[in-house]
Design a protein around this ligand. Structure first.
Ligand SMILES: [Zn+2]
Length: 80
């Protein structure tokens, strides 16, 4: 994807519209969960990824009570 820099204004409620072509290219629709963070004067927005609450692994996850644990950590927990 080409890197396009666009100028946008947030509305009075603090909302920012992500351009439709960017949403389409990244597979983002109205149900897509996003992560937002900031560092210095820069704001980062990316598609949310489920991670293990213990080791941050993104693979072999099991969900429990809205949290994710990878199978490796789950196996270690069973030895405690
Ligand atoms: Zn883990």
């Amino acid at each position: 994807m080409d890197t396009k820099i666009r100028r946008k204004c947030i509305d009075e409620l603090g909302r920012l519209v992500i351009p439709k072509d960017m949403r389409k290219a990244l597979g983002i629709d109205s149900d897509t969960e996003l992560e937002i963070s900031s560092e210095g004067d820069t704001i980062f927005v990316k598609k949310a990824v489920s991670r293990c609450v213990f080791c941050s692994s993104e693979s072999d996850l099991v969900e429990y009570a809205g949290l994710f644990v990878c199978k490796r950590c789950l196996k270690e927990l069973k030895t405690i």
